[in-house]
Design a protein around this ligand. Structure first.
Ligand code: UDP
Ligand code: MG
Length: 313
């Protein structure tokens, strides 16, 4: 019998965990109905929850000591770190990444397994068809984010793809061998390559609890994604700098020629002030872009661990 690891990040999910477990157990019962095919290995990663998530996980582990495991962080490190931890710990022949709120329907697992076993794929990802329960502004911004990242990143990142996916052991080994500290999973999954296909499904409401993402967190997530997978912003800063230099030289020549031919011109201060403000703005903006990259370099060079596991079983 082969093993299928399920990596499940949990942050304040006391209401969802048991619902999740029951739903997934049902799917595994159907997978193994005719022949024993896949033994599940549940890897719940408690990402520093401050509700009853950990005791509930411990309880679940006691009830199913063979298949359920938990890894509990010393604080909240974020979903990306929880995923990295799960991938490091997974031992399965196939490895799935799945949210605990059932927004990633476990009913897709048999189809995903089939695509890997019979169609030769290394990875089956998922795409949400429409984003129900999401504000218009968020949907608009998230669509623009995918436009931008598609234009600037070296790898193709599938628009609206979820983290929910099933991968082969080989692909997981490759991902865990990447040493980087800053982890933008969507980009990493795409960067390692491998034969990947996507399943589309209707977006699901949360089983219980509420989403953890604030608007600013999503904005920062988008910036991280772009900075981690592209140096285009640096190039754009260079181009804007070069362009304003060229315009400045032309303006300088114009002023000199005019002073020599027509005579001294009285310049309006409004135009000068707006040019100064404009150039100052560009400079600060470019410095900000530089800062984003230097910040990333700084974090990488510290070689700190991506997460700290305090307890596990
Ligand atoms: N999550 C996590 N750490 C965090 C935030 C979220 O492990 O700091 C987990 C959360 O428990 C859930 C998954 O990541 O299993 C997705 O979170 P959420 O449902 O809040 O995001 P959304 O579905 O709204 O994108
Ligand atoms: Mg969710």
């Amino acid at each position: 019998m082969r093993t299928l690891s399920l990596i499940v990040p949990c942050y304040n999910e006391e209401e969802s965990i048991n619902i999740f477990y029951n739903a997934v157990a049902k799917v595994f019962a159907s997978i193994n109905e005719k022949t024993e095919r896949y033994q599940p290995e549940y890897l719940f990663v408690n990402d520093g929850s401050n509700d009853k998530t950990l005791p509930i996980l411990k309880d679940l582990q006691k009830q199913h000591p063979k298949t359920v495991h938990y890894l509990s962080f010393s604080r909240n490190f974020g979903k990306e770190s929880a995923l990295a931890c799960g991938l490091d710990a997974a031992t399965g022949d196939l490895v799935a990444v799945m949210d605990v709120d059932l927004q990633d329907p476990p009913e897709l697992l048999p189809k995903m397994i089939d695509l890997i076993e019979n169609e030769g794929y290394d990875c089956v990802g998922t795409i949400q068809k429409e984003r129900r329960g999401q504000g218009k502004l968020r949907a608009f911004l998230s669509a623009r984010f995918y436009n931008v990242i598609d234009a600037v990143s070296q790898v193709r990142i599938e628009p609206n793809a979820r983290d929910y996916r099933l991968m082969t052991r080989e692909m997981v080994d490759t991902i865990t061998s990447l040493p980087e500290y800053n982890r933008f999973s969507k980009g990493i999954f795409a960067w390692v390559g491998y034969k990947t296909t996507y399943l589309k499904y209707e977006s699901q409401p949360r089983a219980a609890g509420k989403s953890h993402w604030s608007f600013m967190q999503l904005v920062n997530y988008a910036i991280d994604g772009i900075v981690d997978f592209s140096d285009a912003p640096l190039k754009i800063a260079t181009w804007i700098g070069g362009l304003s230099c060229a315009v400045a030289i032309l303006g300088f020549i114009f002023v000199i020629v005019r002073a020599l031919t027509v005579g001294h011109a009285v310049a309006g201060w409004a135009s000068i002030v707006s040019i100064i403000l404009f150039l100052g703005g560009i400079q600060l903006f470019s410095l900000g872009i530089l800062g984003e990259y230097i910040g990333k370099i700084y974090l990488e060079t510290k070689h700190r661990p991506k997460y700290i596991v305090k307890e596990k079983k």
